[in-house]
Ligand binder design. Structure first.
Ligand code: UDP
Ligand code: MG
Length: 315
């Protein structure tokens, strides 16, 4: 019998949790009727300050399929997802939010895609940003534009953390044990075939969002820093530009000395020297940046490759 692990990060979700639990139980009961399946539910209490933990204790007591991990303080959703994945034993794992913004009723469809071998991971992608402030949508879209220009890892605009994955992909994600985690990038970095189901934006059932503009901004920098070394390598280009400008000025300076005699010689000399010196410093910084960025990537200890299949997979 196949096991599906459901992973739910929870931070101050006392209001949504009971509603979520009813819904996920309803969906899994439906799936069990049609397929030979069993479920385990892994809730991660990310240092909640409300009754989330006591609700989870109660749920685990009543329902043997429910397990939970509770953090000593708030470590953030990324850490909660990692802990949740680590605790799973299933052949398939689905991660979703506790606020029903990731509707559990999509799980049967996701399961069928992965089960049939059509893909290794089924995820949702929101195609509308209804209910979100216009300015925030603008910045979000810009974030995807920027990161996809400077990073090798392609991140699909609007892709959500609602993922139904094969065990193999979960193990690959767990093998990326970096501390500064940016799941949107990690899901994409590990590869495997992902099918996106397009969904409308769903509002949260109860409680409030834990995100605000500044947290999102910080998170987007996290993403850029985790998946691109462009910022630290940038000074090289500025330096080359600066040296090139110095070279052009030098030519103008020489023409001025021998031909034009404008009387600007001193200023031009000063500018040429300044631009050249700045250029040399910037290029040196950029070269150091190259070494630092390589060291940075090594320190993450990401796997060198991730295997999808070999001949034993078919036997
Ligand atoms: N969450 C968490 N730790 C945090 C913040 C959020 O585990 O520090 C959980 C939260 O309980 C929810 C999910 O992550 O299940 C998404 O959070 P939220 O709904 O606040 O984000 P949004 O949907 O507004 O992006
Ligand atoms: Mg939410």
């Amino acid at each position: 019998m196949e096991l599906i692990s459901v992973v739910v990060p929870c931070y101050n979700e006392e209001e949504s949790l009971p509603l979520f639990y009813d819904e996920i139980k309803r969906v899994s009961a439906e799936m069990k009727e049609k397929n030979e399946l069993s479920f385990e539910y892994i809730f991660v209490d990310d240092g909640s300050k409300d009754k989330t933990l006591s609700i989870l204790r109660e749920m685990a007591k009543e329902d043997n399929d429910v397990r939970y991990v509770s953090f000593s303080r708030n470590f953030g959703k990324e850490a909660a997802m990692y802990a949740g994945l680590e605790a799973t034993k299933g052949d398939y794992v689905v991660i979703l939010d506790a606020d029903l913004q990731h509707p559990p009723k999509l799980i049967p469809e996701m399961y069928s895609y992965v089960k049939s071998g059509e893909c290794d991971c089924a995820a949702t992608r929101r195609i509308s940003r209804k209910g979100e402030p216009k300015l925030l949508s603008f910045f979000s879209n810009q974030f995807y534009n920027v990161i996809n220009k400077i990073s090798q890892t392609y991140i699909v605009n609007g892709a959500q953390d609602f993922r139904f994955m094969k065990r193999q992909m979960v193990d690959a994600i767990l093998s990326m044990s970096e501390y500064n985690r940016f799941s949107k990038g990690i899901f994409s970095w590990v590869g495997f075939k992902t099918k996106f189901i397009e969904v409308e934006n769903t509002e949260r059932v109860a409680g409030t969002t834990k995100w605000n503009f500044f947290k999102l901004l910080r998170y987007s920098f996290e993403g850029i820093l985790a998946f691109s070394t462009a910022p630290i390598e940038f000074p090289v280009f500025a330096g080359i530009f600066s040296c090139f400008s110095a070279f052009v000025l030098l030519i103008i300076l020489l023409i001025d000395i021998f031909l034009w005699h404008t009387g600007w010689t001193q200023t031009l000399t000063l500018l040429t020297v300044l631009l050249f010196a700045a250029g040399v410093v910037l290029i040196s910084l950029g070269i150091m940046g190259q070494y630092i960025s390589k060291t940075y990537m090594e320190v993450k200890k990401r796997p060198i490759y991730i295997k999808a299949e070999d001949e034993t997979s078919q036997r």
